[in-house]
Design a protein around this ligand. Structure first.
Ligand code: AMP
Length: 306
């Protein structure tokens, strides 16, 4: 296995993985892990770039974790294509892909002992996805135990997940350095997500209301508005111009504690979730950030009709 040289080694079992990792460790190299559910897009690829800057060897895991999907969620239809994902990962410096199936991850059935997210898990998405964060933390803790990475990279697209994982590593002393990479958007402003593949053209046009409404709230903040009510109001006003969006929440939060922001300042995050048809989308924006997105700027804010 030569780091960053085209097609990665793909391990489907613990034995295959352990053999590959033993080689890496014997050569004294550090490992940066990027956990994913596959169906890779440019957002994932920037996580690989970040991982390559941190570790000698970049490993990606690809596992659609059944336990983190609710009964009415999209586990069965979640897109899966290991061949494509391995090629894409290899093209961006990943030399090791761990793609276990359920029997490898849960040889004795679902883990009996699990990681409780505590109060942070009850914020934002928590009430709408019962059990989700417990399942995410448990599978990430398992992946850390299996791979024993020096670094792990997560995306700010899933802000609550990233914050919870950082907190898990701190509180449980897991000894992995966690990096949170910026959120990557498509050229039209939509936050990249594997779930965007579900959207019809019409639904996608409606989904754009999320990033446009976030940009509008950010624009208002930049013009001096610091009232949480007015900023959320501006978000809701622009989002309402897209009747296909059914908002679940829009909250101004402290990016570290996820608590409702007491005062809105540069760095406060506006975190939102909405359904478009059957597809649930999340997005967030750091208010007043110096750079909106270094690679792909947000679509121009749409002026709300008065
Ligand atoms: P997923 O495959 O959706 O579970 O995501 C795997 C990792 O990629 C998570 O850390 C996500 O936060 C991250 N990710 C997904 N979409 C994006 C995006 N648009 N920008 C940055 N990171 C992302």
């Amino acid at each position: 296995m030569i780091p960053g040289e085209g097609r990665p080694a793909v391990a489907r079992t613990r034995e295959e993985l352990d053999k590959l990792l033993a080689e890496v460790r014997a050569s004294g190299k550090s490992v940066a892990l990027v956990p994913t559910m596959g169906s890779l897009h440019s957002g994932h690829l920037t996580l690989f770039d970040r991982a390559a800057a941190l570790g000698d060897v970049v490993a990606a895991s690809i596992f659609v974790n059944p336990l983190q999907f609710g009964l009415d969620e999209d586990y069965a239809r979640y897109p899966r294509d290991l061949g494509r994902d391995a090629d894409l990962a290899g093209s961006r410096g990943v030399s090791l892909v761990f793609a276990p199936d359920e029997s490898v991850m849960y040889p004795d059935g679902a883990a009996l002992v699990r990681v409780s997210p505590g109060p942070l898990g009850e914020r934002l998405c928590g009430p709408y996805r019962p059990g989700h964060f417990e399942a995410v933390l448990t599978v990430v803790a398992k992946l850390f135990g299996i791979v024993r990475p020096d670094f792990a990279v997560f995306g700010r697209k899933d802000l609550q997940q990233a914050v919870l994982i950082g907190r898990m590593v701190k509180d449980l002393e897991l000894g992995v350095r966690i990096e949170i990479a910026p959120l990557v958007r498509d050229e039209d402003g939509l936050a990249l997500s594997s779930r965007n593949a579900y959207l019809s053209d019409q639904e996608r046009a409606q989904a754009l209301g999320l990033s446009q409404a976030l940009a509008a709230a950010d624009g208002l903040f930049r013009s001096g508005e610091i009232s949480a009510g007015n900023l959320i109001g501006r978000f809701a006003e622009v989002a309402a111009g897209h009747p296909g969006l059914t908002l679940q929440y829009a909250e101004l939060v402290d990016p570290e504690t996820l608590e409702a922001a007491q005062s809105v300042t540069v760095g406060t995050v506006l975190a939102v979730a909405a359904f478009v048809g059957r597809t649930r989308l999340i997005d967030n924006l750091v208010l007043g950030a110096k750079v909106l997105d270094p690679r792909i700027p947000l679509a121009k804010p749409v002026e709300a009709k008065r």
